[in-house]
Ligand binder design. Sequence first.
Ligand code: COA
Length: 261
Amino acid sequence: MSDSNHVRTEIADSVATVTIDRQAKLNALNPDVMAEIDGAFAALLDDAAARAVVLTGAGDKAFVAGADIGTLARMNTLTGARISAEGQQILRRIETFPKPVIAAVGGYALGGGCELAIACHIRVASDRARFGLPEVGLGIIPGYGGTVRLTRLVGLGRAVEMILTGDMIDADRAAAIGLANIVVPHEELMDRSTALARRIIRNAPVALEMALKSIYEAVESPMDHAQALESTLFGVLASTSDMKEGMAAFLEKRKASFTGS
Ligand code: COA
C-alpha cells in the first residue's frame, strides 16, 4: 500500500503489516521514523481493507534497538521533554488503536523499541527476541511510557528489576513474566503473527474494538467506573447487526458472517 522512507505497509487478507526498516541502525527510532510510524497507523485507521495490524522490524537482528541515541545525545531540557512527550503520544495512539495491533518481535526490542512493543496489544516473540530497557546506562529513563506500561504489564517488582538493571531478557523469560504472549521459532515469526491476527479478526469487528476499549480503560479506572463503561459498551453491542448475526449463526449452527456494523 503506502511506503515512506523507513516504514512500509502491506495489506493482505485484511491484515496490515507495518515494517520499520532502518536496518543499518537496527531500526532505531529517530524523529522521522517515529513520524512515519504515526503516519502509517493514521492511514490504517480508516482503511476498511485492514482489520488488524502486525508491527515488525525489518531484518533478522532487531525489532527496534531503541530511540536513536545520536538524536538523544543532542537533546536539552526543552527538546528532551518534547521528544518524550511526542513519543508518548505516538505510542498512545497505537495503544488506543481501535483495531488489534500485534508486535512481531524477531530480535532486539530495546529502550523505545521495547516500549513500542509494549504499546501494542499482543506481542509474539521469536526465539531470537531480546527485550530490555537499558536507558539508565545512558543516564536517562524510559521516556515513551515504559515506566508506566511495563509496570502494568509485568508487575512492579519485575518492572523495577528490568528498568534498574537495564539488562536484556530472552524470549522465554519475557513469556514467563507476561511481556511476550507467545514464543515461536524465528522462521515462523511472521506467519504465526499473521495467523494470530487472522484468528482474531474472525470475530466481530465492533466487538473487538469495544473489548480493547473496555480492557484498556479498566486498567486506568476505579472498579465502578470500569464496570459502568463495560455495561455501556455491552449495551452498545446489543444494538449491532454483528451481535444479531453472531448469535443467529450459533443457534443455526453455521459460521457467522460479520459486517462490522
Ligand atoms: N540508536 C542509534 N544507533 C543504534 C542504536 C540506537 N538505539 N542501536 C544500534 N545502533 C546502530 C549502531 O550504532 C551501529 O551503527 P554503526 O554501524 O553506524 O556504528 C548499528 O546500529 C549496528 O549496531 P551494533 O552496535 O554495531 O550492533 P551489535 O550487534 O554489536 O549490538 C546492540 C547490538 C543492540 C546490543 C547494540 O547496538 C546496542 O546496545 N544498541 C543500543 C541499545 C540501546 O541502548 N537502546 C536504548 C536507547 S534509549
